[in-house]
Write a protein that binds this ligand. Structure first.
Ligand SMILES: Nc1ncnc2c1ncn2[C@@H]1O[C@H](COP(=O)(O)OP(=O)(O)OP(=O)(O)O)[C@@H](O)[C@H]1O
Length: 509
């Protein structure tokens, strides 16, 4: 039976028409995927369902009753809840308080809340004490607490807005188990994601939002990631290595640090021998070639974060040998000019490191603005801004648009483009550079990386996403127990099982 019916929904922000005549349904117990390019209007649609924003026109019914929520509280009361990827919960609350905040049960005795929270937390497969403070939880599990909160209100329809974006494959599996459980309870789930291969594993049906309309409404079984990517952008998409069609340019194999034939010194950008971070990393060797992109992945407690953090100066660490372009460097912060501090891009979890109140133009020219001396250089600078906006396919009507009014993915693209342009450094650390980006933007990020590596830069990508690692990297190191236990070479002939190999290796480690 149909749980939600949406008919002829429209929504504009000023002159920008985002949704035009959107119609679809979600059945009871159905998990429906919603995909679209960055800025296609997915979150806007989710926000309308969740009462956060109002449609300009159109009608909705929930369980056959007209549904027009006046606020998020109203929507939750009527049975629709949204869980957003970037949700931040007050760190001072206990998990039990967080689960029941804003719900009718919030005023009940703590012992009762605790008991009920335990049941909901086990439903979302979160094995933590309800008395734990939210601040003690890693941010990526806040989404699961939010799902528990949505369930506390007996929600009929749950909108998951890119909740999986920052999750490891095994955590995505856990999220999918939760979605399956919700479906078996007869609830509907609208699952928004850019991670298409994973989405297709869990959803029953997929909606593609394109040019403001539902361009495709198809059973998931009739789709594969390549076809879905093409439907998303509205044109054939050159397949990525993940989908086994396009091989990357051949590179000569890179010997491991202990390999029998070391690389010529001038080809080595970074050489690290026996890296240790007390309590986290126990003897890691890294050899990063000029122009190479290596990936690092592993479970949360594997030490992967600390390896990257040691290279960027975030974590105190020691090595037996550390060479940057053949020059000895130190990890000791007291080593003044000799201390290694690789620059790192990390999509800030709140605002991608950009000021949401600033215009696109000022965001992309921040460093240059004060240095502009004449009209000609100002014009050249603005041309550069427009080029970047076009190149990164940012959905906007003007470069004077505030960054905060862009979609999350478009904000991330601008932040990354700005950071890459400003980072003249030759060895870079990028955390999840394609997180939340659509299939086209992921390719644009790869082009940014290719430009950088073509100019001699070398990159370490730290990621939870097997597709991102397969698409961006030449080699992927699997980190476990504070060591790199295996390197997966992604070069050579394209191989459809690449992502599976990365998942299998990181799950087994
Ligand atoms: N409050 C707002 N003011 C002005 N424009 C907005 C506002 N909210 C959204 N938009 C515009 O609506 C469009 C759709 O944004 P939305 O966040 O729904 O996209 P999305 O499909 O979720 O993208 P992403 O995949 O990047 O998260 C964007 O072009 C954005 O600029």
């Amino acid at each position: 039976m149909s749980l939600l019916q949406v008919q002829g929904l429209t929504k504009s922000f000023g002159a920008r028409r985002v949704l035009r005549d959107v119609s679809f349904s979600v059945g009871e117990g159905e998990i429906v995927g919603l995909v679209g390019t960055n800025g296609a209007g997915k979150s806007t649609l989710g926000d309308i369902l969740a009462g956060i924003t109002a449609a300009d026109s159109g009608v909705m019914t929930l369980q056959g009753v007209p549904y027009a929520p006046l606020s998020a509280d109203d929507a939750r009361h009527l049975g629709v809840g949204v869980v957003e990827q970037l949700v931040r919960i007050d760190p001072e609350l206990t998990i039990a308080q967080a689960v029941f905040r804003g719900t009718p049960q919030a005023g009940r005795p703590p012992a009762e809340l605790r008991r009920q929270a335990q049941v909901l937390l086990s439903t979302v497969t979160l094995d933590v004490d309800p008395d734990t403070l939210v601040g003690e939880l890693p941010h990526f599990v806040h989404g699961l607490v939010e799902i528990a909160r949505v369930l506390a209100e007996d929600t009929r329809l749950v909108v998951l807005d890119e909740v999986s974006a920052a999750l490891l494959p095994m955590e995505v599996t856990g999220l999918h188990a939760v979605a399956g459980r919700l479906s078996r309870q007869g609830r509907g789930v609208l699952y928004i994601s850019h991670r298409l291969p994973e989405m297709l594993e869990v959803v029953d049906r997929v909606l593609v939002l394109r040019d403001g309309r539902i361009a495709l409404d198809s059973p998931a079984g009739a789709l594969d990631p390549v076809r879905l990517a093409a439907e998303t952008v509205g044109e054939p998409v050159p397949a990525t290595r993940v989908t086994a069609v396009v091989p990357r340019p051949e590179r000569e194999p890179v010997p491991g640090p202990a390999g029998p034939q070391p690389l010529p010194a001038e080809e080595v950008a970074l050489h690290v021998r026996n890296l240790r971070v007390p309590g986290a990393v126990d003897g890691v060797d890294l050899l990063l070639r000029r122009g190479e992109v290596i990936g690092l992945t592993g479970r949360r407690s594997s030490g992967v974060r600390e390896i990257a953090g040691a290279l960027t100066g975030e974590f105190p660490a020691i090595t037996d040998e550390l060479l940057l372009h053949g020059e000895p460097r130190e990890l000791d912060p007291g080593a003044n000019g000799h201390a290694l501090r690789l620059p790192a891009y990390r999509p800030d979890e709140d605002a991608y490191g950009v000021d949401p109140g600033e215009t696109i133009a000022r965001t992309l020219t921040q460093e240059e603005w004060g240095a502009l001396t004449d009209l000609r250089s100002e014009i050249a600078t603005l041309r550069g801004v427009i080029r970047t906006v076009h190149k990164m396919d940012v959905k906007t009507l003007s470069i004077r648009t505030r960054v905060g009014a862009l979609s999350g993915g478009d904000q991330h693209k601008l932040a990354l483009a700005r950071w890459m342009a400003a980072s003249a450094h030759d060895v870079l650390v990028l955390h999840e550079p394609t997180r939340g980006l659509d299939v086209r933007a992921r390719r644009q990020v790869r082009e940014l990386l290719d430009d950088a590596t073509g100019n001699g830069a070398s990159v370490v990508v730290v990621s939870v996403d097997p597709d991102e690692l397969a698409e961006c990297c030449d080699r992927v190191g699997i980190v476990s127990g504070g060591r790199v236990t295996r390197w997966i070479d992604t070069g050579g002939p394209a191989d459809g099982t690449l992502r599976d190999r990365i998942i299998a290796a990181s799950t087994a480690a």
